[in-house]
Structures are given as structure tokens and as C-alpha cells.
Write a protein that binds this ligand. Structure first.
Ligand SMILES: *Cc1c(COP(=O)(O)O)cnc(C)c1O
Length: 469
């Protein structure tokens, strides 16, 4: 019986919370529950949903900062207090309650498939917090909780890559016969998924102009189910009027998704602007070190159940080690972004004054067409932008390659958001509406955490090499 006593001690707290949540009919905001990823499918549907909502909805009402007289300050109390705090304070403290794990500052990395139940009844009803590895562990929960809080979301799922963070919600919400509207400046692999698998499954895909704004309404058909946004756009950084698009889409009952990888929730919170589902390649800034692949998808209350169920149905889950690394990355993401932002702006402004450059594509530059939208809605800019190198059509590629080959600090590589500077000659041949600039090749720069004078010297060497052609 020794063993079973230990098990019931381990689970007692969680079972109590499930019961309490049930008895309160879902009004369980104050409960010290850590698990933000609910055991969907394990409880009767309506109960599971109550749990989802009550445990994951962000609390916006102001709360007293006074501590409980009891020794333990619950996670819910902390979440309430954090609603008033600055972003770096929140990044430092969200997603883990040290007192839940003997005071350790960070959550344990739990490797798990099997979870034991204390008795047959609990097993039958699955009425304990953790039931199986694919459905969440203390490690994945800590990250989900942090992302929920940063996004202001009802719930978050973790998926193995940023691309899966696009494809899984599309599979969750779309059915054969549906029509979807996808922004034309979309991340290319998203387009590939839409043009292949989604089309094969009977969904009609249409691409729209990123500058369409409220005009999206004219494209909405009776069977339009979802409008996908991404701002700024991949590689060319077109801004979108997200509130106008969301309002028009909602008038027709469409779901609005947004790939918010560029801004992160530090600089833009999509759900506050009418978006239903916020998508992130956590591979980028949350990871910050070019060594983890992970995606997050966060939904508002209305769209959380379908998303959560899709994850369970598809069997999508992520490793505890990767989840831990992303949570670790969040702690420093705010200060890293400040440096990425400042350095990228310094390089972008300097490039604007260069003879060899036709245009700089960076939303924080007043010369950029989407600048006003960026200023209205976004709290900052991250560290990736592009510029158009002046060239004749016949030597554009040669100049782009000369530029890239002369770089020594910048690596030539895909992805971004890490500590190191990267450059790539962008291919825009997939565009249908938001066409490539005509003045020459587009070079995308991810500005890393190196010193600006060194980065500038490197870019200068690239420009000199391109000039020599
Ligand atoms: C990189 C990226 C993704 C995909 O992330 P991966 O983890 O590399 O699959 C999705 N959307 C945008 C906008 C990206 O830049």
C-alpha cells in the first residue's frame, strides 16, 4: 500500500481541483491549478469545456496586490497581479509557480508517456489532472500557461514547429467545401500547405492583397470559413489592418487567424485586436538561440475547444526538453527584442541613406507604406527586415550573390530570431497579388545581438562587393 499512498498524495491536489471545478460549474478562476491544457475528451464535453475556460481565461479585472494570509500565493492570484505589470516582469514570472515544486525556480522537465492512477475508479473516470504524456505534463503546462498569459488567450496548444502551428488550426477549423482567404504575403510553406494538402481535402483557397483592409468583405463568400492574416508579411513586411479585417470577417461568421511570429506577443497581441487564433513560430524569438523548433497556437474562448480537440485527435505533442527551452527563452525575450529592435532600426536607417539601396522594407521606418498601421497597433519592431538592392534585371541575382558572399558576420541561412545575424536573397516568385519590388533583388536581414558597428561594416563589405559588379 506504500506505493499507492504515494500515488494518491501526488494526485490528491489535482483530483480535488477537478471536483471543485465541477461543483463550481466552471467558475473556478481562483483555483491554484497549474494545468492550462485541459483533459479534453476525458471529461464529459461540457465539463471539459468549463474547465478549459475557467482555468485558462486571462483575468483582466484589477486585483489587490495583497498577499494571502496563507503561506501559499496561488497561481491565479499571481496571474491577476501580473495583469497590471510590465512585460519584462511578466516574462520573468509567468508560467511557473515555484511553490508547486518545492520552491525550485524552474519547472521540472517531465519525460512521460504513462501516468499512473491511484485506483480503478479514477482510471475509469480519468478524473485526475494528468492522464497520459500526449495530453500534457507539468513542463508543457508551464509553457502553455505562460503563452496564455502573454497572448491573453483561453488556451494554447504546443506543436512541433511553426509550420505545424499554421497547419494544425487549419485542420481544426476547415472542412471540405469551405473557402479560405489567405494573405498573399504569407510565409511560403503556409501557401504550400494550402495549395497542396488543403486543396486536396476540398478546401478552396484564395489569396488576397495585404493592403485590402475592410475591403476583405467583398471577397467573402457564403462558404468562407477562415481568414488568415500575417503582419508584417513574410520577406516584404506588408502591414495589414487587422481590426478592420477581423470586424469584416466576423460580420460573416469567419474565423480570423494570425501568424504573429514577427512581433511576438511583446509587440502585438492579436486577440486584443479581434483575431481569434494567434499563431507563433516559437522557433524564432522565444527560442532565441537557433536550436529549438516549436510552434504555439493560442485561441480565444470561442475557438479553444475545437483547437484543443484537434490536437488530441491528431496526436500532436512536443517534447518536454523543447518546451523547457522555449520557456527558458521567454525569460530573456523582452531584453533580447529591445536589442534586436534598436540594432535593426539603426542598420535600416543607415541603409536608407545608401546609394546602392532602392528601398528599405521595415514597418518602423516612416517611409514604409504600412508605417501608420504599425504605429497605430504595434508596440515595437523586431529584428528582421529587407532591403531592395538597386540592379538591372539581368544582373540582379549576380549582385545579390556578390553581396551575400562578401558577408562574414552574417550567416547565410533560413529562419531567424536567434542571437546571430543572418542574410538571405528572398524568392518572391510565389506572389500572386503582392508582387516583388521591381528595382532589384530583395535581401532579408535578421539583425542579431552583435555590436552594430561590426554589423554595419559587414553590410558595407557586401554593398561594396555588389557595387563592384
Ligand atoms: C519561420 C516561420 C514559420 C515556421 O516556423 P518553423 O518552426 O521554422 O516551422 C511560420 N511562420 C512564419 C511567419 C515564420 O517566419
Amino acid at each position: 500500500m506504500e506505493g499507492s499512498r504515494e500515488v494518491s498524495e501526488f494526485t490528491n491536489f489535482d483530483v480535488k481541483n477537478v471536483k471543485l471545478a465541477r461543483s463550481l460549474g466552471g467558475l473556478a478562476l481562483e483555483l491554484p491549478v497549474m494545468n492550462k491544457k485541459p483533459p479534453v475528451g476525458l471529461l464529459p464535453d461540457h465539463e471539459a469545456r468549463h474547465l478549459n475556460f475557467s482555468l485558462t481565461r486571462p483575468v483582466s479585472r484589477p486585483m489587490s496586490r495583497q498577499r494571502n494570509s496563507t503561506a501559499d500565493v496561488s497561481m491565479a492570484d499571481k496571474t491577476n497581479a501580473r495583469a497590471e505589470q510590465g512585460i519584462n516582469t511578466r516574462l520573468a514570472h509567468t508560467g511557473n509557480n515555484p511553490s508547486d515544486y518545492h520552491g525550485f525556480v524552474n519547472p521540472p522537465v517531465v519525460h512521460a508517456s504513462t501516468v499512473l492512477f491511484p485506483n480503478a475508479r479514477t482510471m475509469e473516470t480519468r478524473s485526475q489532472k494528468y492522464t497520459y504524456g500526449t495530453r500534457g505534463t507539468p513542463t508543457t503546462d508551464a509553457l502553455c500557461e505562460a503563452i496564455n498569459e502573454l497572448e491573453g488567450a483561453a488556451g494554447t496548444i504546443l506543436v512541433p514547429s511553426g509550420l505545424a502551428a499554421v497547419t494544425v488550426p487549419f485542420l481544426a477549423y476547415l472542412s471540405s467545401g469551405d473557402h479560405v482567404l489567405i494573405v498573399d504575403s504569407v510565409y511560403f510553406p503556409t501557401r504550400h500547405f494550402c495549395d497542396t494538402m488543403l486543396t486536396r481535402l476540398g478546401v478552396t483557397v484564395e489569396y488576397y492583397d495585404p493592403s485590402i483592409g475592410a475591403g476583405i468583405e467583398n471577397l467573402i463568400r457564403p462558404n468562407t470559413r477562415l481568414v488568415h492574416t500575417e503582419a508584417p508579411g513574410s520577406n516584404t513586411f506588408e502591414m495589414q489592418d487587422i481590426p478592420a479585417i477581423a470586424a469584416a470577417a466576423h460580420r460573416h461568421g469567419c474565423i480570423v487567424t494570425m501568424d504573429n511570429t514577427w512581433a511576438t506577443p511583446v509587440y502585438f497581441r492579436p486577440l486584443d485586436y479581434g483575431v481569434d487564433v494567434s499563431i507563433h513560430a516559437a522557433t524564432k524569438y522565444p527560442s532565441g538561440h537557433s536550436d529549438v523548433l516549436l510552434g504555439t497556437v493560442s485561441a480565444n474562448a470561442a475557438h479553444w475547444p475545437a483547437l484543443s480537440e484537434a490536437m488530441v485527435t491528431l496526436g500532436v505533442c512536443v517534447s518536454p526538453d523543447d518546451s523547457y527551452q522555449i520557456l527558458r527563452g521567454l525569460r530573456t525575450m523582452g531584453v533580447r527584442l529591445e536589442r534586436h529592435q534598436a540594432s535593426a532600426l539603426a542598420i535600416a536607417e543607415w541603409l536608407e541613406g545608401r546609394e546602392e539601396v532602392a528601398r528599405v522594407l521595415h514597418p518602423a521606418l516612416p517611409s514604409f507604406p504600412g508605417h501608420e498601421l504599425w504605429k497605430r497597433d504595434f508596440g515595437g519592431a523586431s529584428g528582421i527586415f529587407s532591403f531592395v538592392l538597386k540592379a538591372d534585371p539581368e544582373n540582379g541575382k549576380a549582385k545579390a550573390h556578390a553581396f551575400l558572399d562578401a558577408l562574414s558576420i552574417f550567416g547565410l541561412g533560413y529562419s531567424w530570431g536567434g542571437f546571430e545575424s543572418l542574410a538571405v536573397h528572398v524568392n518572391l516568385s510565389d506572389r500572386k497579388v503582392a508582387k516583388a519590388p521591381q528595382e532589384g533583388p530583395v535581401i532579408r536581414l535578421q539583425i542579431g545581438l552583435e555590436d552594430v558597428p561590426d554589423i554595419r561594416r559587414d553590410v558595407e563589405a557586401g554593398l561594396a562587393a555588389a557595387n563592384a559588379l
